[in-house]
Write a protein that binds this ligand. Structure first.
Ligand code: PGA
Length: 243
């Protein structure tokens, strides 16, 4: 059973960042102790810059917000260049109540990431899960082949994902072959989901995720099973949509 997803198209990257920041701030100012999952990647960088600016202008207080990462590389030290923990430290420079990131050097990574997903549930689940989409259709590190019921787990990274992170790790050889991720099923438990995509290189995969029947070939298409998803796209990323 799927429902049509809500798609909002704005002009460009700057408008997308303002709009995403508005949604996050609206939640933070209306819900006590909001629980959010926030992504890494190039896409949300400007959104986080907008949030930091609003905090410095004293217009929004993020100090009760609880943030969960959605994934992390495996087999590297915490805060090593290229890791998600390093990314949050660089870009999400907000005073939040807590920022939870899987430990990339966890000794028992399968148990670690399952416990991580469980700690989200113990807090009552995600009020808002913000996601990017990979050019191969992944959400978090649920690579093509990931099923609708997939849970938090260790995954082998697809070549495209490792290529996308080569710069952060210095070279593709340095990108860890594996990562820990929340599963598709974990993401679908969020009360609301906001998927961000910008730029022409995302246009075709966005079209497939939004308009084609859901399938493990494009894990982002599983979002069609959730009634509270909003896609926020710039005009370039929306340019292949037919609907
Ligand atoms: P990007 O990554 O924002 O760097 O394009 C998105 C993703 O892989 O989820």
């Amino acid at each position: 059973m799927t429902t049509p997803m809500h798609v909002d198209v704005v002009q460009d990257e700057a408008a997308l960042a303002e709009c995403a920041a508005d949604m996050i701030c609206e939640l933070v100012t209306t819900k006590p102790d909001p629980v959010l999952a926030l992504p890494t990647g190039d896409t949300p960088v400007l959104t986080y810059e907008r949030l930091v600016r609003r905090e410095s202008a004293d217009s929004v207080d993020f100090s009760r917000m609880i943030v969960f990462a959605i994934d992390e590389f495996l087999g590297v030290p915490r805060d090593a260049p290229g890791t998600n923990s390093r990314f949050y430290r660089q870009h999400l420079r907000l005073r939040v109540r807590a920022l939870h990131i899987p430990n990339p050097s966890a000794r028992e990574p399968e148990a670690h990431i399952r416990a991580f997903a469980e700690s989200v549930r113990r807090l009552g689940g995600l009020d808002l899960c913000v996601l990017g989409i990979g050019t191969n259709g992944h959400i978090a590190f649920n690579e093509p082949g990931s099923g609708r019921e997939s849970g938090a787990r260790v995954v082998d990274l697809a070549r495209e994902s490792r290529e996308a992170h080569a710069a952060g790790f210095g070279s593709i050889e340095n990108v860890p072959p594996q990562a820990m991720t929340l599963g598709v099923a974990d993401l679908l438990e969020a009360k609301r989901i906001l998927v961000l995509a910008q730029g022409e290189p995302k246009a075709e995969i966005v079209r497939r995720a939004v308009e084609d029947p859901p399938s493990a070939d494009v894990p982002a298409s599983w979002m069609q099973a959730h009634g509270g998803v909003m896609w926020l796209l710039d005009e370039a990323a929306a340019s292949h949509l037919r609907g």
